[in-house]
Design a binder for this molecule. Structure first.
Ligand code: HEC
Ligand code: HEC
Length: 259
């Protein structure tokens, strides 16, 4: 590298860093704190789309700020209490400017009424609950449409093992008589393990009374990968309409203080 070029770089790089706009700072904060759930471009993933879908908690700066500061009770959206006001402002500015180009009116393709019918035919309620109806073996779906992106919902149906939410990991225990019991792991320590079997029963085992404990990497939900493209689309469209109220009495998670 020529001497002049190196000298020029020495002058330009710090200047470029100082000139970093508030948009860039907002993007950097977003990528390191939020992208894990909301996706690199904020169009959703484990968490909802924040730029091109309607926001269930409101889309004004004030309502977005409230969600970032205090989190959403009973969900994985944590409270970012350690951000400065300036940082929160930069993240909001970043999100608002992304949404200007796409508007928050994502149109979910498909027929939700037909999707609801498929939900019934496939007996999804044998493992899921919506508004008090159904089983609590799998996660409650009452507000799944406000909590996950469309792509995430589609994947949840056709390849459920792609992302298994915390608390829904499967486990198989083998008893001394050779009997195997499969369920969702609720609790485990050195000496004991607790699981919920598909009939909803909570079972507790002492490990010294077991031959083996296997932690599953596969989801306990069967993959519905044989649905026709239309049925899948309609089912996703139905799930996307599920935006029941947040349980405000539930606990709020705290952000891990990563920056
Ligand atoms: C561990 C996952 C996770 C992380 C990290 C996370 N979020 Fe969320 N966020 C969620 C989930 C899940 C929801 C949906 C909660 C619900 O059901 O209303 C949500 C909801 C939101 C909402 C409200 C969306 C709406 O529809 O009104 C905003 C705004 C938001 N998050 C912004 C952020 C920002 C900004 C960050 C980073 C500073 C962040 N989130 C980090 C999971 C996360
Ligand atoms: C045998 C029980 C069982 C059946 C039947 C079942 N699921 Fe699931 N489902 C689960 C479990 C357990 C999870 C959590 C683990 C995972 O995400 O794979 C889950 C996860 C999900 C999720 C993601 C939830 C979240 O919070 O991320 C969606 C969406 C879903 N199921 C929809 C459906 C639909 C739609 C049907 C019917 C076509 C269905 N499930 C049938 C057990 C089941």
């Amino acid at each position: 590298m020529g001497k002049t070029v190196r000298k020029l770089l020495l002058v330009f790089i710090p200047a470029a860093l100082c000139a970093q706009s508030s948009f860039d700072q907002g993007r950097a904060l977003f990528r390191s704190n939020c992208a894990f759930c909301h996706g690199m471009t904020a169009t959703g993933g484990r968490g909802p789309n924040l730029v091109s879908a309607p926001l269930s908690h409101g889309d004004t700066d004030v309502s977005i700020k409230r969600v970032i500061r205090i989190g959403v009770p009973g969900t994985t959206m944590p409270a970012f209490s350690e951000f400065t006001d300036e940082e929160v402002g930069q993240v909001i500015q970043y999100l608002q400017s992304l949404s200007k180009s796409s508007l928050r009116n994502e149109n979910v393709p498909g027929n939700p009424q037909h999707g609801q019918q498929i939900y019934g035919e496939k007996d999804c309620s044998g493992c899921h609950r919506i508004g008090g109806q159904g089983s609590i073996f799998g996660p409650e779906l009452t507000r799944i449409g406000g909590a996950r992106s469309i792509e995430y919902l589609r994947d949840s149906i056709i390849k459920p093992s792609a992302d298994v939410p915390e608390g829904y990991e499967g486990v198989t225990v083998v008893m001394k008589n050779g009997k195997r019991i499969r369920g969702l792991r609720i609790n485990e320590d050195t000496f004991s393990i607790q699981l919920r079997d598909p009939s909803q029963q909570i079972r507790m085992f002492q490990k010294d009374e077991l031959i083996g404990v296997t932690h599953e990497t596969e989801s306990m939900m069967p993959a519905y990968d044989r649905l026709s493209a239309t049925d899948l689309q309609d089912l996703v469209a139905y799930l996307a309409t599920l935006r029941g109220a947040v349980d405000s009495s539930a606990a709020v998670k705290k952000a891990g203080g990563i920056k």
